[in-house]
Write a protein that binds this ligand. Sequence first.
Ligand SMILES: NC(=O)c1ccc[n+]([C@@H]2O[C@H](COP(=O)([O-])OP(=O)(O)OC[C@H]3O[C@@H](n4cnc5c(N)ncnc54)[C@H](O)[C@@H]3O)[C@@H](O)[C@H]2O)c1
Length: 496
Amino acid sequence: MHLSTKTLPQLSGKVVTPAYSRDQLKTRIVHLGFGAFHRAHQAVFADILAAEHASDWGYCEVNLIGGEQQITALKQQDLLYSVCEMNADNWNGRVVGVVREALHSALDGIDRVIEAMAQPDIAIVSLTVTEKGYCYLPSTASIDTDHPLIRHDLEFPHQPQSAPGVIIEALRIRREKGLPAFSVMSCDNMPENGHVTRNVVIALAKNRDVALADWIEHHVSFPSTMVDRIVPAMTPASLEKISGVLGGMEDAVGIACEPFRQWVIEDNFVAGRPAWEKAGAELVANVLPYEEMKLRMLNGSHSFLAYLGYLAGYQYIDRCMEDDNYVRAARRLMLEEQAPTLHTPDVDLGAYADSLLARYRNTGLKHRTWQIAMDGTLKLPQRMLDSIRVHLERGTAYPLLALGVAGWMRYVGGVDDSGETIDISDPLKNRLAEIVQNSAEGRARVEALLSLKSVFGDDLPANTAFVNSVADAYGLIQTHGAKQAVSLVAGNNANA
Ligand SMILES: NC(=O)c1ccc[n+]([C@@H]2O[C@H](COP(=O)([O-])OP(=O)(O)OC[C@H]3O[C@@H](n4cnc5c(N)ncnc54)[C@H](O)[C@@H]3O)[C@@H](O)[C@H]2O)c1
């Protein structure tokens, strides 16, 4: 038996179910990227608003690339799915009812997706399409015109495949029909994610039709957001556990996440927005300081733990937290190397670091180091390299950030400290393999990887102090293994 409108009443009273009339909801947001994160984050905020504040904001969920089975299963479940908050000993369940429609470009056709976005009621198009989905170059924060999806969209603009291409085509139709524009809100982990989204959409539109690009510039807003909730990829074991919470009912789209959730949103919407603040979101004028804080302290330490942890054989973040040296390293990385680069005067960063470490210790969350390690070429710039640039400018030390970058370099070398092959997942996977194959182990490998311009730009490879610091850290991992290297670097002048 699976979750559906018919089976909903059979759930025990312990599971929160939609106590509002789902038919009263209007589809006012189209969301691109019905992945794990959106299901456990933005959709939950909307569900709380509908349940507790009579909000009528409903979602049309779309997957453009991948995730066909999620959309199919969601349709089979009458657009219902569950979210479980997990602690080591207790899981709370909630059935989310705010989805009104679900589409996949490969299953339903891209025309249906664009048509849904061109409906008069649509006020917001939001995205969680991973960093890859923006088809941008991190070094310029603008469109990558060599990207295969962008090349396709330039040739066939009415049948787009990329997220920016789909947004532009929907906006073109709205403009032609005399409909108002919508706001485009990125909820992906990128600094100034609204800015990046605006850059890619307008740059691609300009390549297509200057008048349309001009209309978009004047009528569409691209609010930035900072999003936070740890949502590990689902596994058969976590799906089974969800089924347990649902009293044996199956939910192929169910998702499990940590209890914590945070959302800071730039209050800049051209066609209205839900009252997210009533569900705990913070609406602010400038999100950047919060985004940087989260990207550098949380995501930066996560990536550090992912690379150095995976190499040492720690499969999950909570396993890294059982090693005091990794805890010390993460805390020192956050407070001594990331915090000094931030601009959040009203936040107690010591308390923030402690709260992050407490969240990492959650043994109910099986957050794989491998999952966090993926797509490093798109993640390193905002998680580590931006802070390193600040240290280089100020002449301050950054031993743990250097170790983090070196850890990534060892990781993409494809072999862990026990000699096991690593399954690298990265949009530049082939290029990385080529570099690794054609460079000698050691400093030559470091220098070869630093030649990746989209990651390191022109400035970092030209900075001898930086190259030396990463090469030294790399040598440390090469000689002693990741575990010992972390102990040596984190243990130095330990005061954390
Ligand atoms: N999972 C988390 O803990 C977490 C926390 C904060 C932020 N995020 C953000 O959410 C993003 C998605 O994470 P997730 O856990 O949902 O991953 P996921 O793998 O479950 O989902 C990825 C989604 O992106 C879509 N996608 C992938 N490549 C695409 C492309 N090239 N074009 C268009 N769509 C594409 C897929 O269809 C899918 O809907 C992350 O990359 C990150 O930016 C995740």
